[in-house]
Ligand binder design. Structure first.
Ligand SMILES: Cc1cc2nc3c(=O)[nH]c(=O)nc-3n(C[C@H](O)[C@H](O)[C@H](O)COP(=O)(O)OP(=O)(O)OC[C@H]3O[C@@H](n4cnc5c(N)ncnc54)[C@H](O)[C@@H]3O)c2cc1C
Length: 524
């Protein structure tokens, strides 16, 4: 394969993998540079949400993800005296056609994505190569990479060096991103940092059992118990003042911490236990010319909402379609400024929500814990006093109809029947830009110019109804659109709404606005 690529990706964690898969499936020549010789089999993420399920579906790995995922019940928060403080349903909504919350093991996901990437002849995965230098000019980027190997856990170069030329470089190279350092960006750290011992167990055959999802807010040892994917379970134990991190990672310490749940070497295998520092931070700018970052390289958050990797997957969902437009010559490079402004605002909301959860959980002072318990107990009878999860995340300024109250919010996918096939809309009708109506049939309200424009975009225009050609199988579209107070939604390829309306006369206005945005491709 030539050493000239459309995109060179640094880092083959889940974010780099998904980006390679999406760009590769779109026919681009992609190189991925990864230091580690094999998949990074450290269990970290254990949860992805319905939206990310739809992203997986769009990348062609939906079935494979279903096979390695299971559902989650209700999460309960307990106080100092083990009294119930709050309960959070982990189900409901079904906005994306996927389970609301999904349990999985990150190494299983990485295997699914790797298998799909390796089937693509136009994607070259270069393991045992470390990216060390970036130089860009007006037409592309030179990425210097050094070969090496792991020796006693340390990366050692072995003298091999080469330069890859790509039109763009994307750093999906994790929390200590080398690529981010090349962006000259401010890095905002909220100063929220706590060490947690993270433990993954796998049930021994015949000992599988269900355990409730618990957040034990005991100041002596704040503890999280969650699913870890089929056949697995995850515990997280906060380190409190006086703990020695080295002693905490000894297997005997871990087994002792698990004993209250009757987890022993007789019924469980300790897959991994490690201390992680949870942080909340983000880069202010995710692009410098032809160099960009995504995933943990762009943002970090404590895992209390299970959204770190999910946010990285959203970065890919947005970046891939915007980058594809630039690679196709339909937009200038500056179009990618939208990527930072849209995604940063969204992820900041989620980071603040994760920190708000952390402030409830990460309390090791008994007096502060007692005060928290009293407040949360009071909130059971006065919902106004309940801790806020913050507003619904929304994309920031970009390819959106500013001022439209529905713009920047996540759209909907349900089950439809079309031409004899029943299934999720994206699979049965189409994906990409979509103009979908329920009480409004968008076909009837489009000008010829806008119809031609949408055809040029390969957009999907659809009327979903109880008895029309695209049948709303379980009334999901009708109900969800009615609940939002809209009759038609114009959505982007990453499923976020460009705009929505309940007025048939505004269909053309929405499409006109998209046409303007894409014509100029700049922030207005
Ligand atoms: C305990 C814990 C629990 C979590 N739970 C959840 C959860 O339930 N849900 C969720 O959504 N998220 C969760 N997360 C977050 C999630 O694990 C991360 O957000 C995700 O792994 C980030 O993926 P990434 O691809 O951006 O980075 P990484 O997975 O860190 O991958 C980066 C890759 O880049 C490579 N690399 C770095 N520098 C170079 C270089 N110079 N050259 C070549 N290669 C390089 C690295 O070797 C690595 O393989 C959790 C995290 C932790 C720690």
């Amino acid at each position: 394969m030539s050493s000239e690529f459309d995109v060179a990706i640094v880092g083959y964690g889940p974010v780099g993998q998904l980006l390679a898969l999406k760009l590769g499936r779109a026919g681009h020549r992609v190189a991925v540079v990864e230091r580690w010789p094999a998949l990074f089999h450290r269990p970290r993420a254990v949860h992805y949400d319905h939206e990310i399920g739809r992203v997986f579906q769009g990348a062609g790995v939906g079935e494979a993800m279903h096979a390695i995922s299971d559902g989650a019940g209700e999460a309960k928060y307990f106080g100092v005296k083990r009294q119930l403080l709050a309960r959070f349903a982990m189900s409901g909504g079904n906005q994306s056609g996927w389970r609301f919350a999904n349990g999985f093991a990150q190494p299983d996901l990485e295997t699914v994505l790797d298998t799909a990437v390796r089937a693509l002849p136009n994607v070259e995965v270069m393991r045992r190569w470390e990216a060390t230098e970036i130089r860009q000019d007006s037409t592309g980027v030179d990425l210097t990479v050094h070969s090496g190997a792991l020796s006693a856990g340390q990366w050692l170069r072995d003298g091999g060096v080469k330069t890859l030329r790509a039109k763009f470089v994307v750093g999906a190279d994790g929390a200590n991103s080398f690529v981010r350092q090349n962006l000259n960006t401010e890095f905002t750290d909220l100063g929220f940092a706590f060490d947690w011992l993270v433990v993954n167990i796998k049930w021994k055959q015949g000992h599988e059992r269900e355990l409730p999802i618990e957040q034990i807010c005991d100041p002596r040892r704040p503890t999280t118990v969650v699913p870890g994917g089929p056949g697995r379970r995850r515990w997280e134990f906060m380190l409190v003042p006086g703990d020695d991190p080295a002693a905490m990672t000894k297997p005997e310490t871990t087994w002792a911490l698990l004993a209250p749940w009757d987890i022993t070497p007789d019924n469980a295998i300790l897959e991994r236990h490690a201390v992680y520092t949870f942080r909340a931070a983000w880069a202010e700018n995710w692009r410098n010319g032809r160099v960009l970052v995504a995933g943990d390289a762009a943002h970090l958050m404590p895992p209390f909402l299970g959204q770190g990797m999910c946010s990285g997957m959203r970065d890919v969902a947005t970046l891939s379609w915007e980058l594809e437009m630039v690679l196709a010559g339909k937009q200038p490079v500056s179009f990618l400024d939208n990527y930072t402004s849209e995604r940063l605002a969204h992820v900041q909301t989620i980071i603040h929500g994760s920190v708000a959860q952390g402030k409830i959980i990460c309390i090791s002072d008994p007096a502060a814990a007692a005060e928290r318990d009293a407040r949360m107990l009071a909130a059971q009878s006065d919902p106004k006093a309940a801790p806020s999860m913050g507003p619904r995340p929304r994309l920031g300024n970009g390819i959106l109809l500013q001022g439209n109250p529905h713009a920047g919010l996540l759209g909907y996918q349900g089950v439809v029947e079309f031409r004899g096939k029943k299934g999720l809309f994206d699979d049965v009708v189409g994906r990409g830009f979509t103009l979908v109506g329920t009480s409004i049939d968008p076909h009837l309200h489009l000008s010829d110019a806008n119809r031609t424009f949408l055809e040029g975009l390969a957009a999907t225009v659809a009327h979903v109804s109880a008895d029309g050609p695209i049948r709303d199988v379980d009334n999901g579209y009708t109900a969800w659109f009615a609940q939002q107070g809209v009759g038609a939604v114009l959505a982007r390829p990453d499923f976020y709404q460009f705009a929505a309306t309940n007025d048939p006369n505004e269909i053309d206005t929405m499409v006109d606005a998209l046409r303007e945005k894409l014509r100029y491709g700049v922030l207005t």
